[in-house]
Write a protein of this length. Structure first.
Length: 469
């Protein structure tokens, strides 16, 4: 991929402003405001564009973005033009709706935007919406359906936004579903136990549709088995049908993961050099490979390996050496990990990759278990068997609600010294200047929204999708 900018026009700017005028649960979450009636109504009104191409559906507490990207990359390698609907975006809104992370044409985006606005503004729609307002995420999901149909794509991969059962994406009819690891997250909306959250995630399981699931604790497995039984859906847990071995290594100044995936689903073991660092990425790759092989058995093992090896994704342990405008920083790591388990995996990847981290910049939304995360940081040894030399705290931009005082208390309780500032732009610049002046390495984690703000200040957009011509 190149570093070209996204399609831009006054029309698309006006369209994005129009979208922003609608209720956005990403910015202001609310309880008891999720249902599928609105999506079903407008999808039907649009002629069900989501049925115009084969689809894959991916849910989970973590790993769903990587798994979705792996699937899209394999399908593209097989010659299928593949849409990828993902969230959140790092810099540009259109990153959510791409052809395997490559931007569609400006005309495609504009024509789909015009069609969406016509749908919402017609008389019947206005009557329907008197009973229930449409949300920003529902609009963007409908927009993705229309974009992919107008682009005449061969397939599409949809990453769930929140939960699964009542997520706006859950009106598609996928060939295969995938569910990543489950952990306690968004408990005020999805439930306060792993089993309740699993029931919400498992809501994407469809009638007679195979589902592949990452390793889970026994009680969560039982939840998924029960749902699959009710839907007469074949269910596969990858730890029961796969053997995965991994090796983290550095190649051409990049941290990579060598993954060997063995399963009776394949004619031979798969071997792939993953650009996404971390042992857990091999698990995501296995989910993707199994899903594709099941949906398209004619796709060869060679193609699957190439697709996996070509996959890249921003803010997933993204290592940048001597970043633009701050070239005295030996390297920094941008990582969107935002749950205790994902933070733990990030710290394990640092150890396995044998790199050192001098400083930490952390921010998180207010529902992200900051106390547990702070304890993980206090126990980590990231610089010559020592903890971080400097820790900086802030808020993750102005999109997500964040309780900085709660984060400060969590870090103080864990015995960690830190510098805190609620002015995130000022804090980011302070951290980058400190690391640049002192030639220190840096980990930036806790939120994709924090990573997005750092990226803006760095003045570079790593792996910006190119525009499909």
């Amino acid at each position: 991929m190149t570093k070209n900018i996204a399609p831009s026009s006054p029309y698309l700017t006006d369209f994005e402003n129009w979208l922003d005028s609608f209720l956005n649960f990403e910015k202001l979450p609310q309880k008891n405001m999720f249902w599928l009636d609105t999506m079903e109504y407008f999808a039907k009104l649009a002629g069900n564009p989501e049925l115009s191409y084969p689809t894959f559906h991916v849910a989970g507490s973590k790993g769903k973005g990587s798994t979705s990207a792996f699937i899209a990359s394999i399908l593209e390698e097989a010659g299928l033009k593949t849409g990828l609907y993902s969230s959140p975006h790092i810099v540009n809104f259109l990153e959510r709706i791409t052809q395997n992370q490559n931007f569609l044409t400006q005309k495609t985006y504009e024509d789909a935007a015009e069609e969406l606005k016509r749908l919402i503004n017609c008389t019947d729609s206005k009557t329907f919406l008197k009973n229930r307002p449409i949300t920003w995420f529902e609009l963007v999901t409908l927009y993705s359906f229309l974009c992919f149909r107008k682009a005449k794509l061969d397939a599409a991969v949809f990453e769930v936004g929140l939960g699964g059962r009542l997520d706006a994406t859950n009106v598609i009819k996928p060939k295969v579903c995938c569910i990543g690891p489950i952990e306690l997250e968004h408990t005020e909306y999805l439930g306060d136990t792993l089993e309740k959250i699993a029931a919400e995630k498992g809501g994407i399981i469809k009638e007679k549709t195979p589902v592949f699931i990452a390793p889970q604790i026994p009680s969560v497995k039982e939840v998924f088995k029960s749902i699959a039984s009710q839907k007469d859906a074949k269910i596969f847990f990858i730890d029961e049908i796969c053997k995965i071995s991994t090796q983290i290594y550095t190649s051409s100044e990049k941290i990579k993961t060598k993954a060997v995936i063995s399963s009776s689903f394949f004619s031979r073991p798969l071997t792939a050099e993953l650009n996404l660092a971390g042992e857990f990425q091999a698990q995501n790759a296995a989910l993707a490979a199994l899903a594709v092989k099941t949906a398209f058995p004619e796709i060869s093992e060679d193609i699957i390996e190439k697709g996996l090896s070509k996959t890249s994704l921003p803010a997933r342990f993204e290592l940048i050496k001597n970043p633009q405008n701050f070239s005295e920083i030996p390297y920094l790591v941008l990582d969107g990990a935002h749950t205790p388990k994902s933070i733990k995996l990030t710290l394990e990847t640092i150890k396995n990759a044998n790199i050192k981290i001098d400083a930490l910049l952390f921010a998180c939304a207010q529902d992200k278990h900051s106390k547990e995360i702070a304890e993980l940081f206090s126990q980590s040894k990231v610089t010559d068997s020592k903890n971080f030399q400097k820790i900086f705290l802030t808020v993750p931009g102005n999109v997500k609600k964040s309780d900085l005082s709660e984060v400060e208390n969590s870090f103080a309780s864990a015995g960690l010294a830190f510098y805190s500032d609620s002015d995130y732009k000022k804090q980011i610049e302070k951290v980058l200047d400190f690391c640049n002046s002192n030639k220190k390495t840096l980990l930036i984690t806790g939120s994709f929204y924090l990573v997005a703000e750092v990226t803006k200040i760095l003045g570079t957009r790593f792996e910006t999708p190119q525009v499909i011509s």
